[in-house]
Design a protein around this ligand. Structure first.
Ligand code: SF4
Length: 353
């Protein structure tokens, strides 16, 4: 059982982040933010997939103005991602943003930061201090190397300087992120930062790559931190459909036992003993249970390829099946309840569930 780091709690719209709140899942839209119709359609698809907080890129004042209409048509809190121009943050706050993300790598004017912090305080919304390696390392890397400061420490130094400005303004509705594109820098930065403040952390490995590469990097990076108890909201960054980011985040959180979103389907890798098309059977079981939701959360279903090693796992699960040549034996809570033909196996298994 993971013992989570104790943090302050902030509210992003109706979603609590930090403290004892469940670790929330976020993603980012991948269409032009000023195209309200396209953004709303994408957000609704992400909401259906399980996204709990959505972030949009704000590149100009048209995007900032669109936030108002987007917000009216979606059900989850909206975060505005701001780089370079503090005026965009001010406009987004006026448009009803539920949270602002600022990048210390490209917004360093103290007066401008102060204006954003004061506006966020007045609106009662949090700000994420969102460091990422691309923008911060480019500025800090030469100095860091000269002074023999590690890059994670340079990232942290940048975050702490920002936090100081916020705290001097008596603003503590802060979320911190320290994303790098390599796993070890990301993990080291978050681990060190976790010891230095009690602000909630938004976890992510930035620019992690295509689906295959990105899921692996994110699983290792986020998994290591989550098992340390670090992390209050997560975004898996993938060069892929954003719905895949949400599904990957759900899988990471359920794999480390921090959240459950429905039944947990386990299956064997198959070997020369397996005489059925287990991969297709597992896919059918996963599809059959994916919409069962909270009522079935935590229930374990085992789908095993043979009668040699299969029954052991199948017995340990809440419901399990171990296949022979053309049939399967279904177990429920460790006891055999049915022998079924391979063609009816999935149907019978789901019926028992
Ligand atoms: Fe092979 Fe059977 Fe183990 Fe599956 S359960 S990997 S088929 S021995």
């Amino acid at each position: 059982m993971v013992e989570r780091r104790r943090t302050r709690q902030v509210k992003v719209g109706g979603v609590r982040v930090g403290g004892d709140a469940p670790i929330s899942i976020q993603s980012m839209t991948k269409v032009d933010t000023s195209d309200v119709k396209a953004v709303v359609a994408q957000v609704k698809r992400l909401e259906a997939a399980g996204c709990e907080i959505i972030r949009v890129a704000i590149k100009d004042l048209d995007d900032a103005a669109a936030v108002k209409d987007i917000k009216k048509n979606i059900h989850i809190p909206i975060v505005c991602d701001i780089h370079f121009n503090y005026k965009l943050a001010l406009k987004c706050i006026k448009s009803g943003a539920d949270k602002i993300r600022l990048n210390p790598g490209n917004m360093r004017n103290k007066d401008e930061i102060t204006q954003v912090v004061k506006a966020a305080k007045k609106a009662g919304i949090p700000i994420r201090i969102g460091l990422n390696s691309g923008s911060v390392f480019a500025r800090l890397q030469p100095a860091a190397i000269n002074q023999k400061v590690s890059l994670p420490s340079a990232l942290i130094g940048s975050a702490l300087a920002y936090i100081k400005i916020f705290e001097d303004l008596d603003f503590r509705d802060i979320i911190v992120s320290l994303k790098a594109s390599d796993v070890d820098t990301t993990v080291e930065a978050y681990r060190k930062m976790a010891r230095l403040c009690d602000y909630p952390m938004h976890l992510g490995v930035t620019a992690s790559g295509s689906y295959d590469q990105g899921v692996i990097k994110s699983s290792i990076g986020l998994g290591a931190l989550l098992l340390d108890g670090i992390g209050d909201t997560v975004r898996v960054s993938l060069t892929a459909d954003p719905a895949e980011e949400v599904i990957a985040a759900k899988r990471i959180l359920s794999s480390v036992g921090l959240r459950s979103f429905g039944p947990d389907v386990i299956s064997c890798p198959t070997c020369g003993r397996c005489q059925v098309d287990l991969s297709s059977i597992v896919k059918q079981v996963e599809d059959g249970v994916k919409d069962l939701g909270q009522k079935f959360k935590g229930i374990r279903i085992a789908v095993m390829g043979c009668e040699v090693n299969g029954p052991g796992e199948a017995k340990d699960a809440d419901i399990g099946i171990a296949f022979g040549r053309a049939s399967g034996v279904i177990f429920k809570k460790g006891k055999i309840v049915k022998k079924v033909d391979v063609n009816n196996a999935v149907k019978e298994l789901l019926k028992l569930l």
